[in-house]
Ligand binder design. Structure first.
Ligand SMILES: *Cc1c(COP(=O)(O)O)cnc(C)c1O
Length: 369
């Protein structure tokens, strides 16, 4: 399903540590918890104090580098990664352009925390972002596909526009991870993600990361992390290292099942289904060109709220929960959070359940609607 270059990065991720082992070394990534280090005369910058770096965090970053195909820096959450990007590249008088329908807390951060520091937030709906004015804009931070409407942005076209206007382009790639979409390869300056979602993938950790090929930017991001204190502890990093070993395997199952579930649901004419892998999605061609697979999230609009809830109850194996990208299939009725979607809209995140029983459960859910 994924391109060969990505698959060889996955192979390298799985063997990067083991290839360098000496006889008697532990095979697994060690969980090394320390806040401080014995100092010699000229201490190495990453062996001084745990807020600067620890070996287990660095081990995880080495794996993330293979997921992204670029140097990566780990943060204590997706929001810590987003905050570090904004604080590292924006100054008073700058504008930051965000999708009006993007991750809500990103807009709260820009509007409530950064605006009083003289940074102006401007927003445009994802569908109009390609033409949004860029005067005074120092940073454009987008999400594609958008959440929860699953609209796409042409990243190559937007990055050319940003370059011409002197704005940096950052992509919140949480939906796809670096395995399903590589924004840096399409000209973006920065890619970032909440690893709380598919990368962590087991609903048990909060983490995020930023990747860039620009060494100057990476240095600023590392300084922001160090001085804002946004590095995670070794335990979370160790859990993510373990999760990354199965990321390609999980995504493969999740995306294949999502395609089958989307087709099953789309055949029911009481529902309106949005999934970039279906030919009737308005950005289907762009999805095929820009994403390595159409993802594991499906937008499903039921006639009303009660019908959506009967579907969840009837299926029996759909966890009602927010968040997405975990091993279990889950559904979030987004109108409850104030998203501009109908009351009967569900964001379905397909898990790693075997496809046959999962499709049977979906059919049982439809029968209960
Ligand atoms: C969850 C999420 C975030 C925030 O990540 P946390 O790990 O919860 O801080 C940012 N962007 C997107 C698209 C997300 O889904």
């Amino acid at each position: 399903m994924l391109p060969d270059a990505i698959l060889s990065d996955v192979l390298s991720l799985l063997h990067a540590r083991t290839a360098g082992l000496a006889d008697g070394d532990p095979v697994a990534e060690p969980l090394l918890s320390t806040s401080t280090f014995r100092l010699g005369d000229q201490p190495a910058p990453d062996a001084i104090y745990g807020r600067y770096a620890t070996p287990t965090v660095q081990g995880c970053e080495a794996r993330l580098e293979r997921v992204e195909g670029a140097p990566s820096l780990l943060f204590a959450s997706g929001m810590a990664a987003i905050a570090a990007v904004m604080l590292s590249v924006l100054k008073a008088g700058d504008r930051v352009l965000l999708p009006a329908d993007g991750y809500f807390h990103t807009r709260v951060l820009a509007g409530d925390v950064l605006a009083p520091l003289g940074i102006e937030m401007v927003t445009a709906p994802t569908r109009e972002l390609a033409e949004a004015p860029l005067d005074g804009v120092a940073l454009v931070l987008v999400e594609t596909p958008s959440n929860p409407a699953l609209d796409l942005i042409d990243l190559a076209a937007l990055s050319a526009r940003c370059k011409a206007a002197g704005a940096l382009l950052a992509v919140d790639n949480t939906f796809c991870t670096g395995l399903l979409q590589r924004p840096l390869a399409m000209g973006a300056d920065i890619t970032l993600a909440s690893d709380t979602k598919a990368a962590g993938g087991h609903s048990d950790l909060i983490l995020g990361h930023v990747a860039t090929r620009d060494a100057g930017l990476m240095e600023k991001l590392a300084a922001t992390r160090k001085f804002a204190g946004a590095i995670p502890g070794p335990f979370e990093a160790w859990m993510l290292s373990r999760s990354l070993e199965t990321l390609e395997l999980r995504l493969d199952r999740m995306c294949r099942s999502a395609q089958a579930v989307a087709a099953l649901l789309a055949a029911d004419d009481r529902l309106v289904i949005r999934y970039p892998g279906l030919p009737d999605h308005p950005d289907h061609a762009l999805a095929q060109a820009q994403m390595h697979a159409p993802g594991f999230v499906i937008g499903a609009t039921f006639p009303d709220r009660a019908a959506a809830e009967r579907f969840i109850d009837g299926a029996g194996c759909i966890l009602p929960a927010t968040s997405f990208g975990s091993t279990h299939t889950s559904a979030d009725r987004r109108a409850r959070w104030g998203d501009a979607v109908p009351e009967g809209f569900l964001r379905l995140s397909i898990g790693i359940e075997p496809e046959g029983p999962l499709l049977d459960a979906m059919a049982a859910g439809l029968a209960a609607v």
